[in-house]
Design a protein around this ligand. Structure first.
Ligand code: 1Q0
Length: 215
């Protein structure tokens, strides 16, 4: 029974993980951030194998962050703030071009951070969409406004093809396993401001340290 419950995806729980990312003094907790992504990847995998090229990359970035947390200097990676300070102070980040630190926490988390903006835009569209709206259109609009800017042509092309395979809004809402469409909309309304805050806090931190274009 525990297994079954474990495997049943509930979007509310995943989004709650993101809510728990911010500490009292508004630091972003990496364990919770990573757990949130892990939940989303699980959800994406349940939508079909066409998304594997996306989930593979997400999983590898999640794994890099987990390795930092489990490494010798794991305590430096408790929050995004402490990670940035530690990696910058110790010269562990490639700033202008790829070099010795292709797996720095700063550049890896930046990729997830950009994807979080996609998530925010997509969920906001879902929340305010009409019953007959197309999820593929909402998804690609959100993508074109966010992640697409950082992706080469081939990945943009492949992404937009994958989006076409997204199920319709009713199925999508069902898989979320939150309840009626009204309950989904209410849940999204709850969760979005917090996701947005996590995004903003990270964005400001990265901007302050000039890290928004890490190669
Ligand atoms: C449900 C549909 C999911 C759509 C996800 C949109 C994201 C498209 C991203 C395409 C990524 C392509 C693979 C490789 C990209 C990398 O080159 C790139 C840069 O990294 P690097 O090391 O080469 O510099 N990587 C990234 O930009 C990171 C991409 C991470 C994507 C994480 C997506 C995780 C998925 C989430 C699914 C959420 C569905 C949630 C919906 C909830 C509402 C029901």
């Amino acid at each position: 029974a525990v297994m079954a419950e474990d495997q049943k995806f509930c979007l509310r729980e995943v989004l709650d993980t993101f809510k728990s990312c911010l500490s009292e003094d508004k630091e972003v907790l990496i364990d919770q951030y990573v757990a949130g992504w892990r939940g989303l990847v699980r959800f994406m995998n349940s939508l079909g194998t066409i998304f594997s090229f996306i989930s593979k990359d997400a999983v590898s970035k999640i794994q890099i962050m987990v390795n930092h947390r489990n490494g010798e200097n794991g305590v430096q990676y408790i929050t995004v703030q402490s990670m940035v300070k530690y990696e910058l102070d110790n010269g562990l980040v490639d700033i202008t071009k790829r070099g010795s630190y292709p797996e720095s926490g700063c550049r890896t988390l930046l990729r997830l951070h950009r994807a979080l903006r996609w998530l925010e835009l997509f969920l906001e569209r879902l929340r305010t969409s009409a019953e007959d709206s197309k999820t593929s259109v909402m998804c690609s609009e959100a993508y074109n406004e966010s992640l697409a800017k950082y992706h080469p042509w081939l990945i943009r092309k492949a992404s937009n093809m994958a989006f076409c395979a997204l199920p319709g809004r009713p199925t999508f809402f069902e898989v979320m396993n939150v309840g009626t469409p009204e309950q989904v909309v209410a849940m999204l309304g709850d969760a979005l401001p917090l996701i947005s805050e996590v995004y903003q806090v990270t964005e400001e931190l990265y901007s302050k340290h000039d890290l928004l274009d890490l190669p």
